[in-house]
Design a protein around this ligand. Structure first.
Ligand code: PLP
Length: 422
């Protein structure tokens, strides 16, 4: 069977039936939190747990076979991103990639910039926000750009926030809670224009002290929630650093990736062996890396068709909810929104009440990001939209995926409408 045939939704329904046991009609709408590993990915990984188990750093034949699997995966990923194989770094998760991007660039910058400055947004994933907060306690200056009521920032805001000591701009491609798509290519152009302007100013300057901005800042984007549906070509986007996660793209958990443009100056955060070009020590998780490459291949092969299919189902869901629950509002822009995401504010109730009740009805959704869903805290993303304060506590994210069908969307919408109308 071809890899393409393996990733059909019937395979996933089998996995979901297994997961949900007797709840035959259960509807999982939390694919932004995690996706099931596809059969093609499992098949690609399997030999690296058994026959091809050796350490890729070993010089003997079994070691070289594992190394060959690793090399092929790295080259395949590089081809899909439109970058060089040397620019692909594997890590244990997107969280680790984000930490490496932020902390690694800051550490390298300290050699030439006394008080480095980062620009980010106030709706980033906690892996970015908490890392920024930690860096602030270490003397780093951080600007958190506010989003508008649609959950979007403008490239102009980045331009205005740039300072001489700005070493990194980190703006997420797609928000994990509300699915809004930020203007990444436009921001990249703005940064690149600022770099060239300061280079000219530098050349003209009689001072011997050049602007720190003459070769910086670098531009990082968190593409974890964008990978399934949007363009990830690094040339098209114009980014210097880009973060990915395996378990959001029907690959395994415990694997992340960081695209790092050759010119980005970075210091490792995990030291030890010389793996990943001495930027991330530790024996490579070959099986997961091979699985990640296969998952990305499957995504790229099906992207345009699957994006349209999921987008149409998502639109149907939004229409049904907004019609069936007149008091509900959609959080975030409807147009600049990734295909699989719908996030509503249901006033007069809380997500703490709605999530378990929906759960009992066999509809699995989420109150926010997977990482904060267990902590009953208001969503910082919904709060940042500046709407009714109660929305931060009464919003629900529904995220569609490969196994989602029209029947499921109709049943889930009916369940939500029934529940919220009680
Ligand atoms: N960034 C975004 C936008 C995410 O949605 C997530 C996971 O929810 C992460 C980063 C962290 O990914 P991982 O679970 O691979 O650490």
């Amino acid at each position: 069977m071809s890899a393409r045939a393996y990733i059909c939704s019937a395979d996933h329904r089998e996995i979901l039936d297994y997961m949900f046991g007797s709840k035959k009609n259960a509807i999982y709408l939390d694919y932004a939190a995690s996706t099931p590993v596809s059969k093609s990915v499992m098949a690609a990984m399997e030999p690296y747990f058994s026959d091809l188990f050796a350490n890729p750093s070993s010089l003997h034949i079994p070691g070289q076979k594992a190394q060959a699997g690793l090399d092929t995966a790295r080259h395949d990923v590089a081809d899909m991103l439109g970058c060089g194989w040397q620019e692909v770094l594997f890590t244990s998760s997107a969280t680790e990639s984000l930490n490496l991007a932020l902390r690694g660039v800051i550490k390298a910058s300290r050699e030439s910039v006394q008080k480095p400055h980062i620009i980010t947004t106030n709706i980033e994933h906690s892996a970015v926000l908490k890392t920024c907060q930690d860096l602030e306690s270490d003397g780093v200056e951080v600007t958190y750009l506010p989003v508008n009521s649609e959950g979007l920032i403008k490239a102009k805001q980045v331009e205005v926030a740039l300072q001489e000591n700005t070493v990194l701009v980190s703006v997420m491609y797609v928000n994990n809670e509300i699915g809004t798509i930020q203007p990444i290519a436009e921001i990249a152009k703005t940064i690149s224009r600022a770099r060239s302007k300061s280079q000219i100013a530098n050349r003209k300057s009689s001072s011997h002290k050049p602007f720190a901005i003459s070769h910086l800042p670098f531009f990082h984007t968190d593409a974890v929630q964008a990978t399934n549906y949007l363009d990830i070509n690094v040339e098209h986007l114009g980014v210097d650093l880009m973060t990915f996660s395996g378990h959001k793209i029907y690959g395994p958990k415990g694997i992340g990736m960081l695209y790092k443009k050759e010119t980005v100056k970075m210091r490792p955060q995990i030291t030890g062996g010389s793996q990943e070009r001495e930027l991330r020590a530790g024996t490579e998780n070959v099986a997961a890396i091979v699985g990640f490459a296969q998952a990305l291949k499957d995504v790229e092969e099906e992207k345009s068709k699957e994006t349209q299919r999921v987008h149409d189902l998502r639109e149907l869901f939004i229409e049904k909810i907004l019609k069936g629950v007149p008091s509900a509002t959609l959080n975030g822009s409807r147009d600049l929104r990734v295909a699989g995401n719908a996030n509503f504010c249901f006033s007069h109730t809380t997500s703490e009440v709605l999530i378990p009740t929906l759960d009992a009805l066999g509809v699995y959704a989420s109150g926010g990001s997977a990482c904060s869903a267990r902590v009953p805290e208001p969503s910082h993303v919904i709060a940042a939209l500046g709407g009714e304060a109660e929305c931060a506590k009464s919003s629900i994210r529904f995220s569609l995926g490969r196994p989602t069908t029209r029947d499921q969307i109709e049943s889930a919408a009916a369940a939500v409408i029934q529940l919220v109308s009680i």
